[in-house]
Each structure stands twice: as C-alpha cells, then as structure tokens.
Write a protein that binds this ligand. Structure first.
Ligand SMILES: *[C@@H]1O[C@H](CO)[C@@H](O)[C@H](O)[C@H]1NC(C)=O
Ligand SMILES: *[C@@H]1O[C@H](CO)[C@@H](O)[C@H](O)[C@H]1NC(C)=O
Ligand SMILES: *[C@@H]1O[C@H](CO)[C@@H](O)[C@H](O)[C@H]1NC(C)=O
Ligand SMILES: *[C@@H]1O[C@H](CO)[C@@H](O)[C@H](O)[C@H]1NC(C)=O
Ligand SMILES: *[C@@H]1O[C@H](CO)[C@@H](O)[C@H](O)[C@H]1NC(C)=O
Length: 847
C-alpha cells in the first residue's frame, strides 16, 4: 500500500483529467522499470512546474502549499483575511491579483498556529489539523474506498472515488456556500438530501465568520429568494418570483449574453444557478457585510471588479414600501400610489407622505353575486407570495374563473414553474404587498375588484413619502390622533399675524430671524407634496409649489439626504444664507428640519426659470433684447454680491439657466446659491472629489480636476450669456453641419466677425448691435480656457456699463475636452466625441 501512493500521485499529476478512468488501469498494471523512472522524473518536473490539484490520503496539503485546478482557474489553500492573523482554508481565483476568496472551509474555526495541514482520511473525511487541534471539515461518513479530494476548474472542491470515472462527488464545497455564488453553484433547497444552499455574509472584511445577512430560498407558495437580517430577525428584500428568465424583482441589467440562469423546481429541489458559456468571463454574486447583494464581473484589462448590479437598490426594494395594495415607483415623487380601485387607508397619513399604511378598497367585493372582476396591473414585481398557491397546469382563463369562485382569492398571475415552461398560474389569498413598477421587466398581475371599480379611471392621487420612517418617528410623538394634531398646527399658524410663518428661531447675533416651518404645515401647503404641485427637479431634490395659510405662495426645495450635516449645522448654514439678501437673489423664507427631512422655503417666482424662456420656442419670442440684457446685468450683479460684497464669499457652483428664476417683472434672481455651502462644507476648499454641477456650464478645470473658484462661476456665467444671446443650450447645441458646440460656434463666428449671426432668431430684430457684440465678447472672455484669463464678476459689471470699445480680446474658450454626449446623442461612443473635439480644435487652430 505505501508504495502505491506516490505512483498514484504521479499519475494524477500527469494526466490532464485526473478523473479519467484510464488512471485506474495504468496504475494497476506493472510497468517496466524505465517507464517508472521516467514517470518519476517527469513528476518531479511537473511538481516543480505546477501545483497539484488533488489531496490524496497520504499527501496532505501543507500550510504553505496551494492546490491549483488543472486549467489554472482556481486555487485552494490557507489564507489570512486582511488584518487578521488567523489562518483559514479557502478557494480563490488563481489569476486575479487582489485575492478574491469565494469559499471558506472553516469560517468559525480558524487555525492560529503554523504547521497546520489539511488531510484526507482513508474513509474520505477532510480534516484540518493544527499542532493542538483537529477539526473535521466534512463530517458525513462516506462509502469511499479510495478517496481523493480535488479542486476542479469550476471552483468546486470535491471528495470522490479516485477510480470513479463518473465524477460523482461524495462531498463538494458547492453544497456549503459561504457568501459567494459562482457559476455552477446552486442557491436553494435540496429536498432529497436536506441541504439548504444559502449565502451568508462575512462578519466583517477581516472576519469570514457568518455575519449579519443571509440569502435563502423560501419554497412556500411561489418560491422566492429572501435576504434576511439576522439581528432584525426580518426579511429585508425579496427577489420576486421566477418569471422564466430571471427573478422578477431583479433590475433588468442582470443578464448578459453568455450568462444562462437556471431555475429548478421539482420534488427533489428548488434551486437557482447560473452558468457562463464563455470561460473568459468571470462573474460572481456576493452577499456583502452591509446587506447588499452585488453581482460583479472581473474586467481583465482594467484589473478591477466591476459591479453589474446590486440589490436592494432603492426604497421600493423594501419588503412592503407602500403597504397593502400600494404600488411603488421609485422615479415618482411621492413614490407610492394605490392600485386602481383602492384608496389610502389613512388619508391623513398619506397627506403627510406616510404611505406605509397602504390602501383599502373603494368598494367592497361582492363575491356572492359574482359581479367582481379583475384589473390588470402591468409590469410589476409580483406581490409577496409565501402564502399563495401555484397550479402548474391551469391556464390563465381557468385561473380567473377559479379565483373568482373563491371569495378569499385577491389576485392571480401567470406562473412559470420552471425554466422555459410558461405554464400554470399563481393565486393570492391575502393582502397584496411589496409590488413595485418594473418597466420592461415585471409581470402582469390581475387584481380582483368590485364591479363598480373596474371601469373607474385610475386615480393615482394617493401618495407617500421617500422616507416614511422619518415621518413615522416624527409623528409618533404626537399623542393626539393625527387629525387633531393637524388642526392644532393650523390654528397655531393662523394665530400668527406675520406674513410668512411661525418665527420661532433667531440667530445668535439676533439681527435676523429665521422661521422654522413645521413639516406638517409644509405638507398641507403643498397638498401632500403632490405631483400636481411639483415645479421641477432641483439639483438636490424635487421642488414643490405651495400656498401658506395666509395666501403667500412659496417654493419648497426638498433636499436629498446626501448631506452629512446634523440639524444644528444645517440650521446655522441656512441662517448664514438667509442673511444674503440682494435684489438678484431669491429670498429664503425659512427652512424645515424634522427627523431626516431638510427643506428650504423660498419666495415663489411667477415666471419660473430662465431656461423655459430661452429654450422653449413658444416663450423665447416673448423676451426681447432689452429684457435679455437686463437679465444678464442682473445675474452679474447677483454674482458680484455672492463673490465679493456679501459677508461671506459664496461660490455658486451650479449656475445655469434653470437656476435663474424670474419674477413678475422678469427680474432675474439667482437661486440655489448657498447650496454649495450646505452640501460642500468648507468653502475655501478648492479641490473636491464630488463634482456637482451641470455639464455644459462647468469650467474645464472643475469638470476635470474638481478645482473650483469664483472663476468657475465666471465660466458658467459666460456660458449663460452666450445662451441668452443665442437661445441655444451649450450642451446639445450642435449646428447641423459643422458639429460645433455653442462655445466653439460663438468663438468661430467672433473670429469671422459674424457674431450677430449668433442672435436668437425668435427675438425680434430691435436689438442694439453694439450691445449684442459687447455681450458676446464678455461671454467669450468669461469662458476662456485658463481661469486666470477670465475676468472677475466685478470687472464684468463694469464692462457691461462701458461702451465695449476697450474690452480685451478673448483667447480660445475652454472646451470641456472630455466631451459629454448630448441627451439625444447619449449613445454616441467615446471615440465619436473625441473625434468631435479634434474637429473643433483643428478648425480653430487652422484660422
Ligand atoms: C493551541 O496552542 C496555542 C499555543 O500553543 C494556544 O494559544 C491555544 O489556546 C491552543 N488551542 C487549543 C484549542 O488548545
Ligand atoms: C469570450 O469573451 C471574451 C472576452 O469578453 C471575448 O474576447 C471572446 O471573444 C469570447 N469568446 C467567445 C467564444 O464568445
Ligand atoms: C456592499 O455593497 C454596496 C453596494 O455595492 C456598497 O455600497 C457597500 O460599500 C458594500 N459594503 C461593503 C462592506 O463592501
Ligand atoms: C348582490 O348582493 C347584495 C349584497 O351584497 C344584495 O343586496 C343584492 O341584492 C345582490 N344583488 C343581486 C342581483 O343578487
Ligand atoms: C379558497 O382557497 C383557499 C386557499 O387555497 C382554501 O383554503 C379555501 O378552502 C378556498 N375556499 C373555497 C370556498 O374554495
């Protein structure tokens, strides 16, 4: 026996597929001495040239050794997680430089001492031994007579009969996933062997022990995968049902060519797995420590893992974001609506943006009379289905009839029991929760309604909030029923005789009062932040129109929760901004801070924003040159105030036509000033990694290097001036044939002495040519490539006041070299845009 082992090892090393049945015959037959010697020599050569891929009974894996699969795809051995001195046995990608571990054998039992080894016993048990301990990794007794443990090219580590040609493994690492799903692995339930294939996150980046989150298949009803939080003892995400191609709750960019997903649902198992048809594509799914499922792909050329998608991805991915019969649409604001035939359970909560209570029927079902019917809700993630029933054979029509005849049936949908076969249906017998809109991806759901509600036009008036939780918290402290609390707030507001709202706060130095508004008052003023009152989408969140109790109209800017500021810091910052008062700045009336909610309340501007007047041909004829010139002057004065004359220097950072508001008399007022302060923190910081702003208005140094200064505002102002003159947007402003952006176009016309051709055609021709020429020149001076060449805003104001004769000659404008495709041309490739720039630059140099 002892003599056989080296021989077997030799054979395994030599044969390309060690599982090949030929190994048995050759090892058992006796060989001439020279052949054995040759084999021994060869084996020495091979052992030094390439790591082995098997552990046999007599040759354990030493602590400093690794197994490498035959094709070199995976490696198995001892490793240290980052910043952890403990040793674990794991499998990782052999050719991916940042060690990416896909499987850990001993998550809970690391070995600390050196001189550990992994051995295989004659009865096929893998044991991890260290000087003072010994842990079996595989506990199931096997029937193997001649076992071998082998790392396969799939990343699977198997224990099987050495001479068995069938490849059937007695034990395999794929049956005990850790946090990673790779091609060929299964997630789900093996009913036959009583195995649960689940993924459990690491405890931390340096501790592979089972952590806080796990992903498991629930086979009840229509099977779905659920992500669980251990501490919260709760489900936090569900995959949605299998729709024949993928799970209906996954975003639509999850599949790609060469990836084949398989869903199996039969008596033996319910499982999901994927396979990659092209070996050079490496992709894996991981449940990470923060409870996010990430699918990523290795990009060889860049040597990085690129994340293809991750879930949960937005608030609509929560288990029941909009309560029973509520439908979640993340791109809508508010994001919840009731299904047709349903209305908010609590209109008060709903008005205060708390949609989590869900919806109730408008009309009771009338099952006995059989007058009920169904309405189709298309392309949704189907409701949670743990207590629904699946009939794999019934067609949709049969299903409708069956659902109608059972008075507790609330909905039905097509069921795809297993991959490919579109058959059967699924029926729900309880409240429908967890639905979200999934355009192009979701399934059709048929919801039972009373006859009276079937015809009624859908009224999606019912809304909820981005952050119901914050509101629930803030509302739960109100001891009275909600309606009473609402009345109380109203009455208190009405008692105030002031113009705007309850002025409760004043700054430390006391020279200005900053009203703090109640969230409920704002909710009432904006009719529950209804879509009808939405003015637009600001850079930091949606903006709503509202009307206070005293009739004053307001604009409410909601701030997305990206600011790290606490409420006190935020309040201080807002108070500073409230002190900035100038006729060309929009006046801040107050703010609202409640829980996580942050809102700024501004005076409402009748004529909305400048971009409507410039770029909408229906309006642009209404603004003549005099008005446009006045607007340019006003913006310039507002900027001088922000940059120099105010108490604190403010750099706007997102100056654009959409942020210039117009009052009744078309006076321009800069809005969103100070947002940079609120979001950017220290204003003297000149280098920021997060570039906020709008392409087309961004100076080259800001867009590319993140460097901003008053001169980057000057650049944006220059773009704005050229847009006001031409009525064209900088980005997207390509003159048909010559492919120039607005700056390049203005520059080339100026060089040709044809600047007047830039003037907006929809303007009547009563402009003063020298004023237009002066403004073109000022615009070009402001958009010069180098910040130091651009004038300060105070200089711009004096230029506007001059006759224009003494202006400097502008240098070449700064083009945003990393060309940003226009909205309509968003598919244009990188190559196209660099060509576009080449054209631009060559033409100009040629002059
Ligand atoms: C193993 O030995 C090390 C040092 O020799 C010791 O620290 C450790 O506690 C021992 N472990 C067990 C399980 O006895
Ligand atoms: C496999 O993928 C690689 C990289 O994406 C590609 O270069 C190669 O052509 C693909 N092979 C096949 C057979 O599709
Ligand atoms: C988990 O994944 C999410 C989404 O990709 C990511 O933002 C987060 O940083 C990840 N957490 C860890 C600990 O890597
Ligand atoms: C339908 O049912 C209601 C009670 O739910 C009953 O009052 C009514 O008479 C029924 N109509 C018919 C046509 O049976
Ligand atoms: C309706 O369906 C449920 C769930 O399948 C079942 O328990 C109940 O008995 C059915 N009721 C009738 C009247 O068929």
């Amino acid at each position: 026996m002892p003599a056989r082992q080296p021989c077997n090892a030799t054979m395994n090393t030599l044969l390309p597929y060690s599982s090949s049945s030929s190994s048995s015959s050759s090892s058992s037959s006796s060989k001439p001495l020279c052949t054995i010697l040759l084999l021994l020599l060869l084996s020495i050569f091979f052992i030094t040239a390439r790591a082995r891929d098997t552990i046999t009974v007599g040759s354990p894996l030493a602590e400093n050794e690794t197994l490498v699969s035959v094709g070199g795809y995976f490696a198995l051995g001892f490793f240290n997680p980052p910043n952890n001195p403990d040793r674990y046995i794991g499998i990782w990608y052999n050719n991916i430089p940042p060690q990416t571990v896909v499987w850990v054998a001993n998550r809970l039992k690391p070995v600390t001492a050196y001189h550990s080894f992994l051995s295989l016993s004659p009865d096929g048990i893998l044991t991890l031994s260290s000087p003072n301990s010994s842990t079996p990794l595989t506990t199931t007794a096997t029937t193997l007579t001649n076992p071998v443990a082998q790392l396969l090219d799939t990343g699977n580590f198997v224990v099987r009969e050495e001479t068995d040609g069938s490849d059937a493994a007695e034990w395999q690492s794929f049956d005990y996933p850790t946090d990673t799903l790779i091609a060929g692995m299964k997630l789900g339930v093996d009913r036959r062997r009583g195995l649960n294939w689940t993924l459990t996150s690491w405890r931390s980046g340096s501790d592979p022990a089972p952590g806080e989150y796990y992903l498991a298949m629930d086979t009840a009803g229509d099977p779905e995968m659920f992500l669980y939080s251990v501490a919260g003892r709760a489900r936090i995400w569900r995959s949605g049902q299998w729709d024949g191609v993928d799970f209906s709750g996954l975003p639509d960019n999850v599949t790609f060519r060469d990836l084949v997903s398989t869903f199996t649902n039969n008596a033996d198992e319910v499982s999901y797995s994927f396979n990659i048809l092209n070996r050079s594509i490496i992709t894996r799914g991981v449940v990470n420590q923060t409870g996010v499922i990430q699918q990523s792909m290795w990009i060889q050329s860049m040597q990085v893992w690129k994340i293809l998608f991750h879930v949960p991805q937005d608030p609509c991915d929560e288990m029941s974001p909009c309560g029973p019969y509520g439908l979640c649409e993340p791109n809508d604001s508010p994001m919840c609506s009731c299904l047709q035939g349903f209305k908010p359970r609590s209109p008060q909560n709903w008005a205060l943006l708390d949609g989590s209570g869900g919806c109730v029927r408008t009309t009771r079902l009338d099952c006995a009379n059989r007058t009920d019917g169904f309405v189709m809700v298309s392309q949704v993630k189907l409701p949670e289905g743990t207590n629904c029933t699946v009939d794999a054979t019934a067609g949709l029509d049969q299903c409708a009839a069956r659902c109608l005849s059972n008075c507790s049936c609330t909905a039905y949908a097509a069921s795809i029991a297993s991959s490919g076969a579109r058959s059967g249906c699924v029926m729900w017998y309880s409240d429908l929760t967890g639905m979200r809109v999934f355009p192009g991806e979701g399934q059709d759901l048929y919801v039972r309604l009373a006859a009276a509600d079937l015809a009624s036009a859908t009224s999606h008036s019912s809304k909820s909030d981005h952050a119901p939780i914050a509101l629930i918290v803030s509302l739960s402290v109100v001891a009275f029923p909600l309606a009473c609390a609402g009345c109380y707030i109203w009455r208190r507001k009405l008692r105030k005789s002031g113009t705007s709202a309850s002025k409760e706060e004043s700054t430390q130095d006391g020279d200005i009062e900053l009203p703090l508004f109640d969230l409920s008052a704002i909710a009432v003023a904006t009719e529950g932040f209804s879509n009808a009152n939405k003015l637009g989408q600001g850079g930091f969140g949606p903006v709503y129109k509202g009307k206070l109790g005293d009739g004053q109209e307001i604009a409410v800017k909601t701030l997305a929760k990206t600011s790290a500021q606490g409420s006190d810091e935020f309040k201080n910052e807002v108070m500073l901004i409230a002190k900035l008062q100038h006729r060309n700045l929009v006046r801040l009336l107050g703010c609202c801070i409640q829980g996580e909610e942050r809102m700024l309340i501004y005076e409402y501007m009748e004529n909305k924003s400048l971009d409507r007047f410039l770029f909408d041909k229906a309006y642009s004829a209404l603004v003549n040159w005099q008005t446009r010139y006045r607007i340019i002057e006003g913006i310039a004065r507002g900027l001088v105030y922000l940059h120099q004359d105010s108490r604190f220097r403010v750099i706007h950072r997102d100056l654009k036509a959409g942020n210039i508001l117009l009052d009744k008399e078309m006076n321009p007022k800069i809005s969103d000033f100070g947002m940079a302060r609120i979001f950017g923190g220290d204003e003297t910081e000149v280098n920021t990694r997060k570039v906020v702003g709008t392409y087309g208005y961004m100076s080259p140094e800001y867009a590319m290097d993140g460097i901003f200064s008053v001169k980057s505002d000057v650049f944006s102002f220059g773009v704005l001036v050229l847009e006001i003159i031409s009525g064209r947007r900088n980005r997207g402003a390509y003159v048909d044939s010559s492919h120039l952006n607005l700056l390049a176009h203005a520059w080339s016309l100026w060089n040709e002495g044809k600047s007047l051709e830039l003037v907006d055609e929809s303007m009547d021709y009563s402009f003063l040519a020298n004023e237009v020429l002066k403004c073109v020149q000022i615009g070009l001076l402001c958009v010069q490539e180098h910040p130091k060449d651009r004038p300060l805003m105070s200089a711009v104001v004096s230029m506007l006041g001059s006759d224009g004769a003494s202006l400097r000659t502008p240098k070449q404008p700064g083009f945003v070299r990393r060309m940003i495709p226009t909205e309509t041309e968003s598919s244009s490739s990188k190559q196209d845009s660099s060509m576009l720039n080449d054209v631009t630059i060559t033409m100009i140099e040629g002059r």
